[in-house]
Design a protein around this ligand. Structure first.
Ligand code: UDX
Length: 445
């Protein structure tokens, strides 16, 4: 794709959700659309503002008050607090966002608003201001389909029985989407997201058609608005400069010393949390696998610990030179490194896509939300990974992927998906075509 901006000169207003897994794709999308000649304004909350804004002189950033940052100085969220924060800000941001957008519209025409699908309140604001809204869905199309079916599943009481509408998903998977419960407004958040996405003018997906062809066809029928699978976004622009945490580059120099395909990379993304027992279990799995590992332990990700205090005694001495632990890594560079043989992941959508794009097979430990769905596709549909459930022998799962023939076969299948990604981004590829369609669509407003 050309990186030279063409000049259509229309302005777009983008509004990212203030979580790492959502800021990265929105800023990448902003860059992609800027190369297509659009002028970009990014409205953001005071809470978790996009970092390193000076790296983006081509964009205008505007901060709005969110009522959340005042009482929550800590920028790190976990699965439960992030759900609370999103629900809270979907109410507290209505007036500041509407005021900000209205004054922008007084200054200059805006072609459309592009907001994260979880900012469901923005649909009625856009309607009130007579502005088209396009949704950015940062997860997969398959997840969107499952989410669209969940309210129905809940209504029919299918949680007690089998789930006819979702043959791939077990009752256990569905309960995991809600972290085991329906409290804290999770169902309400998902339902509002779906309802307001269907009311939008279109949906942009960070995925590519060949990866999710059946979901693409089903979505085209179920949602009466155009879908634009233009991803993977990070293949156009890497996410490093939108990282909220500092990336420890010593992980790359450590990888440089390791043999090809020998290291399992371990990371559970930016909001997943585990308890001390699970953490100890991970450590003993890594020790018993006898394989090399690069482990991202995000400070605060182990409940009740600041960082590594709850590692089993003797673990560091036992693993010695074959292990490297960091607080945060340059993940895309890590996955592209020849030493990486597998990725033990929570299956956040960005991580899943980043792994596919480098042909790296996965060991899946999904926590919540879209992750159980992504993990199911990795293991059962694309067959490029193994699932590890609580209480399972982790060392064995690691060996299956890193040293056994089965792992090689998964790697081969993953490499063939990697080839499909690259083809989709070529001049006549599906992602390139979807992007052209998106640009034309926006220019038609
Ligand atoms: C969340 C949800 O969990 C995820 O399922 C949803 O699709 C998006 O929002 P998160 O849990 O943070 O995101 O996971 P993921 O989607 O994988 O995003 C993490 C991002 O942080 C990736 O782009 C990854 O490259 C980056 N990262 C992660 C780093 O840069 N360094 C690290 O050490 C770990």
């Amino acid at each position: 794709m050309s990186t030279q901006p063409s000049s259509n000169n229309r302005r777009l207003v983008l509004f990212p959700l203030p979580l790492q897994g959502h800021i990265n794709p929105m800023l990448q999308l902003a860059n992609i659309l800027h190369t297509k000649g659009f002028k970009i304004t990014i409205i953001h909350t005071q809470f978790n503002p996009p970092p390193n804004q000076s790296n983006y002189p081509q964009f205008t950033f505007i901060s709005i008050s969110d009522g959340f940052s005042i009482s929550n100085k800590d920028s790190t969220l976990n699965l439960d607090t992030s759900n609370y924060a999103i629900n809270f800000m979907n109410k507290s941001c209505i007036h500041p966002f509407k005021g900000c957008l209205a004054s922008l519209l007084e200054e200059e025409p805006v072609a459309c608003l592009i907001s994260d699908s979880l900012w469901h309140f923005t649909q009625s604001v856009a309607d009130a201001l007579n502005l088209p809204r396009i949704v950015l869905r940062t997860s997969s199309m398959s997840c969107m389909l499952v989410y669209a079916t969940l309210p129905l599943v809940g209504e029919k009481g299918y949680f007690k029985t089998t789930i006819q509408e979702l043959p791939l998903m077990t009752k256990k998977d569905i309960l995991k989407i809600y972290s085991g419960g329906f409290e804290e407004g999770k169902l309400e958040l998902i339902s509002s997201m779906i309802k307001e996405a269907k009311a939008a003018s279109g949906i942009i997906y960070n995925t590519f058609k060949e990866l999710e062809e059946p979901a693409f066809l089903a979505i085209s029928q179920d949602f009466c608005i155009p879908s634009f699978p233009i991803g993977p976004f990070h293949k156009y622009f890497p996410a490093s400069s939108s990282s909220l945490l500092e990336q420890d580059r010593s992980s790359i120099s450590w990888l440089d010393l390791q043999p090809v395909n020998s290291v399992v990379y371990v990371s559970f993304g930016s909001i997943a949390q585990i308890d001390e027992a699970e953490f100890a279990n991970m450590a003993s799995g890594l020790a018993s696998s006898k394989q090399r590992f690069l482990w991202v332990v995000r400070p605060g990700s182990v409940l009740g610990s600041k960082w590594l205090e709850s590692l089993p005694k003797g673990f560091i001495d036992e693993v010695g030179e074959r292990g490297c632990i960091v607080k945060w890594a340059p993940q895309q560079e890590v996955l592209a490194h020849q030493a990486i043989g597998g990725f033990w992941t929570h299956c956040g959508w960005n991580s899943t896509l980043e792994s596919i794009c480098e042909g790296v097979p996965m060991i899946c430990s999904p926590c919540s939300y879209d992750q159980p769905i992504n993990a199911k596709y990795v293991t059962d549909v694309w067959r490029i990974g193994v699932m590890v459930e609580k209480g399972m022998e982790i060392g064995r799962a690691i060996k299956r992927v890193i040293v056994e023939k089965e792992g090689d076969e998964m790697r081969q299948r993953c490499k063939s998906l990697q080839k499909k990604v690259n083809l989709s981004l070529e001049k006549d590829g599906s992602a390139t075509q979807a992007l052209e369609n998106l640009v034309e669509y926006i220019l038609s407003f």
